[in-house]
Design a protein around this ligand. Structure first.
Ligand SMILES: [Zn+2]
Length: 262
């Protein structure tokens, strides 16, 4: 509701904003379009490619691509092409998807996601963030905070507080697409991903096992997928509820059960 009011106010003052709805019907303020976000995503992806070792293991790459292809197949039409999937040889338990249609999977996460269904749950979740424009929403919130900060700057000018806040905000803008998501975004990505999982013919219950495995890990943060860690029970319960809800709504596999193996 606050979003909606703020959004109307921004339109009135002529700010170049777009008031959108997420796939689950949540109101969003987006100051950045897909093209701008794609550019940020591509930059981040190039940087990660420079920093991390890219896996050349043909079997692993085939496995990860196989799962990604099944998920991509069930995305809304405008999202069905041009994805790049890269496997990073790393002990970091991590995976991400970025605007600009880039997916990164770190080899260590394949020890946590025990099978194709659990890996699909990860991919569905990550791609869910992108399709729901969570990056754009987050960067927009950051920019709005920054604008508010500039308006309030006179009041705090010269103070240490101002310098510290500006530093945090500046950093936020720079790494906007890689910062942790909010709990709202995490839950929404879970629910969106779950639907893709079901439509692609994977077992939706695997998503619950995945989070059980994840929660056994503890430590080792930051990691996109656990960064804001909604309480594990809440997360698993939310998934269970939505599996039931989707089944009742008639969501089902649009394709044969995938057979991706490592
Ligand atoms: Zn996430």
């Amino acid at each position: 509701m606050i979003n909606k009011t703020l959004c109307s106010a921004m339109l009135v003052v002529g700010l170049l904003a777009s008031c959108a709805k997420s796939p689950t019907g949540r109101n969003q303020i987006l100051l950045y379009g897909d093209e701008q976000m794609a550019e940020m995503g591509l930059q981040s992806f190039s940087a990660i490619k420079q920093e991390e070792k890219i896996s050349k293991d043909p079997k692993l790459n085939a496995y990860v691509s196989c799962v990604a292809d099944q998920i991509i197949k069930v995305l809304p039409d405008e999202w069905k092409s041009d994805w790049e999937v890269v496997v990073f040889d790393s002990e970091q338990v991590n995976a991400f998807a970025l605007p600009g249609r880039k997916i990164g999977v770190y080899t260590a996460i394949l020890n946590v996601a025990e099978n194709q269904d659990q890996l699909a749950a990860i991919m569905g979740h990550e791609v869910g963030h992108v399709i729901a424009h969570h990056g754009a929403e987050r960067v927009s919130q950051n920019s709005l905070a920054q604008a508010a900060l500039q308006i309030g700057q006179v009041a705090t000018q010269g103070s240490e507080y101002q310098a510290a806040t500006m530093a945090v905000m500046g950093l936020g803008a720079q790494y906007g697409v890689l910062l942790p998501y909010s709990r709202t975004h995490e839950s929404e990505a879970d629910v969106i991903g779950l639907k893709y999982l079901m439509e692609a013919g994977f077992k939706p219950e695997a998503s619950m096992q995945l989070w059980r495995n994840m929660n056994k890990l503890g430590g080792d943060r930051p990691m996109e997928i656990l960064s804001t860690h909604p309480a594990p029970e809440t997360r698993i319960e939310n998934l269970a509820n939505h599996i039931e809800k989707y089944k009742q709504e008639g969501v089902k596999a649009l394709y044969q059960r995938p057979n991706c193996s490592r």
